[in-house]
Design a binder for this molecule. Sequence first.
Ligand SMILES: [Zn+2]
Length: 382
Amino acid sequence: METRKLYYEDCHLDTFTARVLECEAVEKGYSVILDATAFYPEGGGQACDLGTLGDARVLDVQEENDRIRHLCDRFLSVGTEVTGCIDMARRFDLMQQHSGEHIVSGIVHSLLGHHNVGFHVGTERMEIDFDGPITQEQLLQIETLANRAVWENLPIKCWYPSETELPNVFYRTKKALPWPVRIVQIPGYDSCACCGVHVERTGEIGLIKLLSCVKFHQGVRIELCCGSRALALTQKIFEENRQVSNAFSAKITETGAAARKVNEALAGEKLRANSLQSQLFDKIASEYVGCRRAIRFENALQPVQVRELADKMAAFCSQWAAVLSGEEGNYSICIVSKQGDVSAPGQALKQQFGARGGGKTGFFQGSVCATADAIERTLEAL
Ligand SMILES: [Zn+2]
């Protein structure tokens, strides 16, 4: 006997009673078949419903030859009546996403002729793959039209056309389907073969927000979210933007320009800092004119700066120049020689302190874990 599909009769039915027809132990619990159910089974890109049947939790729902199998965590006595409760927050969210997806796919199809070739609902957003390109401009147009479909609060019609009626019904489909086919129609926006559960009217979908559009295979992948998810995401983004607005003392609608301005100023400051540092390094290096060797400790230099300073100092030293920077006991080091090689100081630091690093003739860069005094003594003893 096929299970009566209450979810197709009333998409908002969250509580129902039904008779247990079968209950058999399976690997992960008990497989239960009822004479009727409001639990939607996984299918058509829509996840199954979760909830309870009597005292049992419903962990999974699958359709099998028009019979709906509920995977429960407890045994239910055959012949008894049970009350089923659907996790309606979850179901409503999934309906909002799925109905929103139909609207967007229908608009893309009628506007650009692209087909929906993939659809996935994730935990935060969903993805639709299309077999053709979509520009940023078109994306905005699609989003506006999709939301207009919501404002119009259109009834969503789901039905099985008769065998004679079906050939005259237009619907999007991935392949030709044999009768019977369930059609989900959103007047003026979409008609599609689908077995999912949808909201009754488009107004229930709430905001439809397209998030991104990237090249994917021969077409594009659009990320979007609808309803409660779109609201939650908008609230989160708004709060982030409010903080950016406060940090930049910019109007909430002008944070992009403020961020660009700060980036430009920062780039200018970086140039200025580099130029000043270069001048400072020249001045430091000039202190070593005519020296044989030089060892210098500096605060908070990046490895690239350690190298730059060592390079400049080495130009005035007849043997080598070593620059170290970091915290006591853990230094970044660079030794440079313009005349010869630096294998002697490099090896000494490796042997004495297990320094890491290497380089080529006339150049050693790495790190050494020792105190400044110990490093200085070792290098000066060479
Ligand atoms: Zn569908």
